[in-house]
Design a binder for this molecule. Structure first.
Ligand code: G3I
Length: 312
C-alpha cells in the first residue's frame, strides 16, 4: 500500500474514517493481521454487533460487557475514536424485552440507555441512539417500542441519552434514506419534527448499504444539505458497495469515491465509515462489498479512496 494510510489522509482533512469491527476478531486465526490493518487504516471504529441489546443484556439485570470492553480497549490502543451502535432498535432484542409488559417498556428502555452510556461515557463520544425507526414508506415502524410509547419513544430515548451522557453526540441512524423517495421524505419529516420539539438529536447516520451500479449521488447531496439546513451533522455510518451480477470492482471503486466526495464537499459531514473492511467478514460477503479482498489485499476502491483523500 504505497503512499499514506487512509486514516492519516483523512485526519489531515478533519474527517473520521472508520470501519465496523467484527465481534471477537482478536480470537480468530487471522486476528493479528485483521487488527494490524484496522489500526493502520482507520481512526474511527464502530461495534458491528458487540453493543446490541441481545448480546449485552440477554436477561433482566444481567449484562455481559466483555466483548464491548475488549473492542473499546483495543480502539484506545489504536488511537481510534469509538462510535456506539446501537441503543434502541426494533430487532436483536432479547426475548425478555419482547415479552415485557407494554407499561414497563419505557422503564426498560431508559435503564438500558443509562447503563450503557454511564459505563462508556468517557470512551464512546458518538452514539446511534435510535436505529431504523422508519418503514420503507416513510411511516414509523410498529416496533416493540412504538407499541408501548407510540412515536414518542424517539424523543424519550434521545432525552434519556442526553441526561446519561451530556457530552455525547447523539444520532438517528437508518438505511435507504440518503436518496430521494418516501423513506427519505419520512426522514426529513421526522428530523424536522424532532428539531421542532427540542429533542436533543445532533445528527443523522446514513447507513448507505449500496450496490456498485448506484448513481443517485445528486439526490444524496440534496438530502445531506437538507440535514445541514436543519442544523444536523451527517455521519456515513455503514457504507458498503455490493458487486451483484454483472457489476465490477471498477464500478464499486467509483461508488466509494463518489460517496467520499459528497462527504468532503459537505461541511456538516463528519465521518465516512465502512461496514467492515475485508470481504472475508461482511454481512453481504457473497457480494464482496468491501475495500480489501478475502486475502487482505487492497481492491481498486482502496486506491480510489487514497487518491481522493489526497486531492484538494
Ligand atoms: O452471536 C451469535 C452466535 O452466538 C451464534 O452462534 C450465531 C448463530 O447464527 O449467531 C451469532 O449472532 C449473529 C451476529 O450477527 C454475530 O455474528 C446473528 O445471528 C446475526 O443476525 C448477526 O447479524 C448482524 C446483523 O446486523 C443483525 O444484528 C450482522 O453481523 C451485522 O452486520 C448487521 O448490521 C446491521 C446494523 O446493525 C444495522 N444496519 C444494517 C446492518 C446490516 O444488516
Amino acid at each position: 500500500r504505497p503512499g499514506s494510510r487512509l486514516r492519516d489522509l483523512a485526519a489531515s482533512r478533519d474527517l473520521l474514517f472508520g470501519y465496523a469491527a467484527l465481534q471477537g476478531f482478536y480470537e480468530r486465526p487471522d486476528g493479528a493481521l485483521y487488527a494490524d490493518i484496522a489500526a493502520e487504516e482507520f481512526n474511527f471504529v464502530t461495534t458491528e454487533n458487540s453493543l446490541k441489546w441481545d448480546l449485552l443484556n440477554p436477561l433482566p439485570g444481567k449484562y455481559r460487557w466483555a466483548q464491548a470492553d475488549n473492542l473499546i480497549q483495543l480502539a484506545k490502543v489504536s488511537r481510534q475514536a469509538v462510535h456506539g451502535h446501537t441503543l434502541v432498535w426494533y430487532t436483536q432484542l432479547p426475548g425478555w424485552i419482547k415479552r415485557s409488559e407494554l407499561a414497563d417498556r419505557e422503564t426498560h428502555m431508559r435503564e438500558f440507555i443509562d447503563r450503557v452510556l454511564t459505563r462508556y461515557a468517557d470512551d464512546v463520544p458518538i452514539w446511534d441512539v435510535v436505529n431504523e425507526a422508519l418503514e420503507a414508506d416513510g411511516t414509523l415502524r410498529h416496533s416493540t417500542w412504538y407499541e408501548a410509547m407510540g412515536g414518542d419513544f424517539i424523543d424519550i430515548a434521545f432525552r434519556q441519552a442526553r441526561l446519561s451522557a451530556p457530552d455525547a453526540t447523539l444520532l438517528y441512524n437508518d438505511y435507504d434514506v440518503s436518496f430521494a423517495g418516501p423513506k427519505s421524505d419520512g426522514l426529513i419529516a421526522l428530523m424536522t419534527s424532532l428539531k421542532d420539539a427540542g429533542t436533543p438529536v445532533d445528527g443523522v447516520g446514513f447507513q448507505m448499504h449500496l450496490d456498485a451500479d448506484f448513481d443517485r449521488f445528486d439526490e444524496v447531496a440534496a438530502t445531506f444539505q437538507k440535514m445541514a439546513d436543519l442544523d444536523l451533522d451527517i455521519y456515513i455510518t455503514e457504507l458498503d458497495v455490493s458487486i451483484r451480477n454483472g457489476m465490477t470492482e471498477a464500478q464499486q471503486a467509483v461508488v466509494y469515491e463518489e460517496v467520499l466526495s459528497l462527504c468532503l464537499e459537505q461541511a456538516r459531514c463528519k465521518a465516512y465509515q465502512i461496514w467492515g473492511f475485508t470481504d472475508m467478514y461482511s454481512w453481504r460477503d457473497e457480494f464482496n462489498p468491501l475495500i480489501f479482498d478475502r486475502r487482505y489485499q487492497t481492491k481498486p476502491a482502496y486506491a480510489a479512496l487514497q487518491r481522493r483523500l489526497s486531492e484538494n
